[in-house]
Write a protein that binds this ligand. Structure first.
Ligand SMILES: [Zn+2]
Length: 130
């Protein structure tokens, strides 16, 4: 069991997850009906929630084989895109999203049911330049 799996199994109050994603090289991707966007190489945070089945939801995100349904599915099934870490918390989804410093690359990404006007639940952190 991975760390976050152990954590989710032990604590039923956890409902929010944040995926730390690496895009290894610049990609141009269609994100469902949102349209086509350029994703610079670098680090991204995606924040979501699943009140009843957090473990199943995060496992689904990490699974390469799935029918693309959510915006995040279009990103995570692309080549050169990888989840490197999973953070779980009992904080609200938008609360955690707002704490993640980063740039909005795709307005509205994962934010269809966001009531806090986050603008996007995907944040781009850096080009990975040193
Ligand atoms: Zn939000």
């Amino acid at each position: 069991m991975r760390n976050w799996e152990r954590q989710a199994a032990a604590d039923a109050s956890l409902c929010t997850y944040q995926l730390h994603i690496i895009v290894a090289c610049p990609r141009i991707l269609r994100i469902g009906r949102l349209g086509v966007f350029r994703f610079p190489a670098g680090r991204y945070f995606y924040t979501g929630s699943a009140r009843r089945s957090l473990l199943a939801r995060v496992r689904r995100h990490l699974s390469p084989d799935k029918k693309r349904r959510w915006h995040i599915d279009y990103l995570l099934t692309a080549h050169a895109v990888k989840v490197i870490d999973v953070i779980l918390t009992s904080d609200g989804e938008c609360q955690l999203n707002r704490r993640a410093v980063g740039e909005i690359i795709v307005p509205g990404f994962g934010a269809s049911d966001c009531r806090a006007r986050c603008g996007s639940h995907l944040k781009f952190l850096s080009e990975g330049k040193n």
